[in-house]
Design a protein around this ligand. Structure first.
Ligand SMILES: NC(=O)C1=CN([C@@H]2O[C@H](COP(=O)(O)OP(=O)(O)OC[C@H]3O[C@@H](n4cnc5c(N)ncnc54)[C@H](OP(=O)(O)O)[C@@H]3O)[C@@H](O)[C@H]2O)C=CC1
Ligand SMILES: CCCCCCCCCCCCCCCC(=O)[C@@H](N)CO
Length: 293
């Protein structure tokens, strides 16, 4: 059945909301009449975000400092912020490197922040989400990546953390459907953010090349499509032609609410598998070429 998740007047809580995609999403949500709270580590970045949002809309957002790795700190923030209607688990870090050259500390950091941190946020927020006063539909949205649909050179830890979110999301949807809580997983390509700017300085050439075969989007565009997807309670949210292809190629056992999209998935799955194989064969060819050099 179609579901419509209202945004106006509701409490939208965004982790990693002080920068990039999270901040762009805060702009969108406020412009649609939401009450917004942001969580991140750095107080100064949060204050800056709060100021820019006040300047743009004349409203105040709640800001909460916590490291998502610290469950108790996250719990305190969530209790302070009050019951959440739309939880956007968006925080994330990416340090690309071939596994052989990457320290295990860095691997562990990505898993701890991106995956365990998401468990912490959801576990902390869920009790209050479940007892929300209005019985209107609520949402938990998880920020994955195209690298959460296909493993990419240099992203072993990052991809593992983002693939992990999908398993979490699929299981959680079955557990929460009776509470009228709807899960979304978002799969953006490269997106212009302060995070990507940092990443580009250190990204291995092969990673650059492969990521370059996808689109580069503006954070505002990712935020808009994300909020629209949340509002229609879409389980999977993708971007651009190659993103739709990837979504079809990796539809797997994710739920699908739209009959129309389900029909497209059935119709185009052989073709998208073919395109995926061609895409992969290109990648492997480039890898062996650069290896020979
Ligand atoms: N930009 C891109 O190309 C793409 C990004 N994504 C995903 O989108 C999400 C946002 O990325 P983007 O906007 O680029 O990232 P940015 O680096 O611009 O922003 C990251 C945000 O997460 C917060 N954050 C980081 N670590 C922690 C932590 N341990 N605890 C709490 N908050 C934390 C940061 O604040 P602070 O540092 O103060 O804690 C900041 O608010 C990530 O999950 C990323 O994986 C997906 C596809 C593409
Ligand atoms: C079915 C047809 C396939 C079509 C090709 C699709 C192209 C896939 C490219 C994947 C790029 C991954 C970018 C990750 C961005 C990200 O998360 C970072 N910026 C953070 O590290």
């Amino acid at each position: 059945q179609p579901v419509n998740i209202p945004i106006k007047g509701r409490h939208v809580f965004i982790t990693g909301g002080s920068s990039g995609i999270g901040l762009a999403l805060a702009h969108k949500a406020i412009s649609e009449g939401a009450r917004v709270s942001l969580l991140a580590r750095s107080l100064s970045k949060l204050e800056e975000a709060k100021k820019s949002l006040h300047l743009a809309y004349g409203v105040d957002v709640g800001i909460f400092t916590a490291d998502v790795r610290d469950y108790d700190a996250v719990k305190r923030a969530v209790v302070d912020a009050g019951p959440i209607d739309v939880l956007v688990v968006n925080h994330g870090i990416f340090v690309p490197q071939a596994l052989e050259k990457q320290d295990l500390d860095e691997v562990k950091l990505m898993i701890d922040v991106n995956l365990m941190g998401s468990f912490n946020v959801i576990k902390a927020a869920l009790p209050l989400m479940k007892v929300r006063k209005d019985n209107r539909p609520a949402s938990i949205a998880l920020m994955s990546s195209q690298a959460g649909q296909v493993g990419i050179y240099g992203y072993s830890a990052y991809s593992a953390s983002k693939f992990g979110l999908r398993g979490l999301a699929e299981a959680l949807q079955q557990e929460l459907i009776s509470d009228n809580i709807h899960i979304s997983v978002i799969y953006p390509p490269d997106t212009e953010t302060p995070g990507l700017e940092e990443e580009r300085k250190i990204r291995p050439e092969m990673t650059n090349m492969i990521a370059g075969s996808g689109s580069v989007l503006k954070a505002e565009d990712v935020a808009k499509k994300t909020l629209d997807g949340i509002k229609s309670a879409s389980f999977s949210i993708s971007f651009k032609m190659e993103g739709q292809m990837l979504a079809i190629a990796t539809a797997g056992a994710s739920p699908q609410r739209s009959f129309f999209t389900a029909f497209l998935e059935l119709l185009f799955s052989p073709l998208s598998r073919l395109i995926t194989l061609l895409f992969l064969s290109n990648i492997y060819r480039s890898i062996s070429k650069s290896h020979a050099n």
